[in-house]
Design a protein around this ligand. Structure first.
Ligand code: ATP
Length: 365
């Protein structure tokens, strides 16, 4: 197992801003790292550069300590699941899976290929589907065939671009598990490009969040959620997204308060002292807002939309000044137009600098 390293990688096409902008990122040997971010942030470009399908404009890609920036894609021995390498419709599942080995018959005998094919198909539970053409498989089965094809050559790394896109929920959940299992069982170093925060959170050891070709944050899923480095990351992770509103810091001696949505919340963090008399951005996760009886730190908000997921309901409610608050209530959905009392928990506030958009403070846990 070896690290995969982006060393100051920039990729720019003429006439456009860089798709990747001085990216430094190390995927440690044996890690499953997710590349996540909004559409156009450079995820696929990064994966294509590691795979050898694009050359960086500047910078290097390393495998361990070896510079592979200009190494041909076929010589990198990476397993691939990309948008471009769909299954070949005229070949059986078996021939699709063994295709990468057939192309290297100088290395693999027919016996080798058959043995590996049987092993991969059995491990992924698709041994009885090998004679079928792709059109005779379900979408989930086709993805398993792609996964088997990606790993049959015992690659050193697995590169995946949206392997779970457009799948039904049940199939998606199963395939998430299959991919993670394959990654661990084979001791791979893996890179997963996904637009889904849920897939990234569920599957990855660490998540690299890209915005505009730059690395906004790189960390374990729990850290990225609990300690977002910037407002953009805070809003990207979480469903519904984090509430972010403006607040004014008021410090008098050792007493610190933040005035937000017409309420004055006591805070204990000295990080706010330098912002005395100035505005900051306050972030509150929907699940941290408390819906209940009115208190001195609650605001009234009228229910605009609700989305029930059975055991709880996600609510979008609006305050009299027009601020939307996303909150979560247990049980049934409140009626549209119901006025809720939503308490702002002073011990659950994330605080951001309004100019740099960087986090100043996170609550514990
Ligand atoms: P998505 O999730 O929508 O696939 P992404 O994060 O994977 O987006 P990329 O596909 O890496 O983003 O694209 C990053 C930027 O680079 C985009 O602005 C895109 O238009 C641009 N880009 C990608 N490939 C090329 C190319 N071959 N020529 C010119 N510009 C390109």
């Amino acid at each position: 197992m070896q690290d995969i390293v982006f060393d100051d990688v920039t990729k720019a096409w003429p006439g456009s801003p860089p798709a990747l902008d001085h990216l430094d990122l190390t995927i440690r040997a044996g890690e499953l790292v997710g590349l996540v971010g909004p559409s156009g942030c450079g995820k696929t470009t990064a994966l294509r550069i590691v795979g050898g399908f694009e050359e960086p404009t500047t910078g290097r890609v390393l495998l361990g300590t070896r510079d592979i920036t200009r190494l041909e894609s076929r010589d990198r021995h990476f397993g691939l699941i990309t948008q471009d390498n769909q299954l070949l419709g005229h070949l059986s599942a078996a021939r699709n899976i063994s295709f990468p080995l057939e192309a290297r018959r100088d290395t693999y005998t027919v016996g080798d290929i058959d043995r590996r094919l049987e092993r991969e198909a059995t491990r992924l539970g698709i041994a009885d589907l090998l004679d079928r053409r792709p059109s005779q498989l379900s979408e989930g089965q086709r993805r398993l065939v792609q996964l088997a094809r990606a790993v049959i050559g015992a690659p050193v790394a697995l590169l995946m671009d949206e392997p779970l896109a457009h799948l039904e929920d049940q199939v998606r959940l199963r395939l998430r598990g299959d991919i993670v299992r394959v990654h661990h069982d084979r001791g791979l170093t893996s890179l997963l490009v996904t637009a889904s925060q849920h897939d990234a959170m569920a599957m990855c050891d660490r998540i690299a969040v890209l915005f505009d070709g730059g690395l906004e944050q790189f960390g374990a899923p729990g850290d990225v959620y609990a300690r977002p480095a910037t407002v953009a990351v805070a809003r990207f992770f979480g469903e519904p997204p984090m509430n972010v509103v403006s607040g004014r810091v008021e410090v008098a001696g050792t007493t610190r308060r933040i005035r937000v949505l017409g309420r004055s919340l006591p805070v204990s963090t000295p990080e706010v002292d330098v912002y005395n008399g100035r505005d900051v951005l306050i972030g509150v996760r929907p699940e941290d807002l408390v819906v209940g009886a009115p208190t001195t730190v609650s605001v009234e908000a009228s229910v605009q939309t609700t989305e029930s997921i059975g055991y709880q309901t996600m609510v979008d409610a609006v305050t009299p000044d027009g601020t939307h608050l996303h909150c979560v209530t247990p049980g049934r959905a409140p009626r549209i137009g119901t006025v809720l009392d939503v308490a702002l928990p002073s011990d659950r506030l994330h605080i951001f600098d309004p100019t740099t958009q960087m986090a100043i403070f996170h609550p514990p846990g």
